[in-house]
Design a protein around this ligand. Sequence first.
Ligand code: NAP
Length: 248
Amino acid sequence: MSKTVLITGGSRGIGRATALLCAQQGWNIIFSYVGNPDAAQETRTACEQAGAKVISHRCDVTSETDVIALFAAGIKSFGRIDAVVNNAGIVAPAARLADMDIARMKSVFDTNVLGAYLVARETARHMSKSRGGAGGTLVNMSSMAARLGSPGEYVDYAGSKGAIDAMTIGLARELGPEGIRVNAIRPGIIDTDIHASGGRPDRAHELGPTCPLGRAGTAREVADSVIWLVGDQSSFVTGAIIDVSGGR
Ligand code: NAP
C-alpha cells in the first residue's frame, strides 16, 4: 500500500518540488495552498501525471480550524498520514527592524512559527503511538536565516526560523518514543517566488554567486533532501537539521 505525505504550501516552490518528487516515488499526496488555486492545480496535474493520488486543499496555516481540517481531509481520503512536510512560510519586504510595524511582524510569526507549531501539533496527535497512531516522520522547513540572522533584511523571518530549529530539537526528543522522527532542512538561497514576495525578485540571482558553490539552489535540490528525511532510508535520523545551502 502506498504511504501518504501531507505537505503544507505545496502549490509553489519547494513544496511543489517535494510533492512532485514524492509523486514520482509512489506516495499518495495531500498538499495545501492558501491563495493560489491555479498554482495548486498545476502541482496537482503534474503529480497526477506522475501516477500519484493527489488532493489539494485550501488551508491557511495560521488558522487552527484550517489545519485540523487539512489533516482530517488527508485521513478521510487515504486512511493514514505517514509523513508531514511542514513547509509553508513567508517573508515580508526587506526592512530594518526599526522600520517594521507590528502587523508585519505578527504576520511573519503567525505563519512561520504558530502555523508550523499547529501543523507539528496535529502531526503529534495523529501519529503518536500512545494515541493510537502508527508513528511517522515530520520534516520542518527552517532556513539558513536562523543561523545568519538576515540583518538589514528580515530579522523577523530569521527569528521565526530559529524557532523552527528549536522546535525540531525538542520534538525529536519528545516524539522519538512515539515512533515519530522529527528533522529539519535549512535551505540557503533557493530560486523560488519567495524572493519576489520580499520585494526582490532577482535576489536569488544576485546572491547565488556569493555562495561557496557559486549559485542559487533549486527547489528540486531541497526536495531531494526532504524525500530522504521522510523515507525509510533515514530510519535512524532524528533531531537533524540539514543545511542545503551551497555552503552559505
Ligand atoms: P514560495 O515559493 O513563496 O511558496 C510558498 C508556499 O507557501 C506556497 O505554496 C504558498 O501558498 C504557501 N503559503 C504561504 N502562506 C501560507 C499560509 N498562511 N498558509 C498556508 N500556506 C501558505 O516559497 P518557497 O521558497 O518554496 O519556501 C518554502 C519554505 O522554504 C518556506 O518555509 C521558506 O521560509 C523556506 N525557505 C525558502 C528559501 C528560499 O530561498 N526559497 C530559503 C530558506 C527557507 P500559495 O501558493 O497559495 O500562496
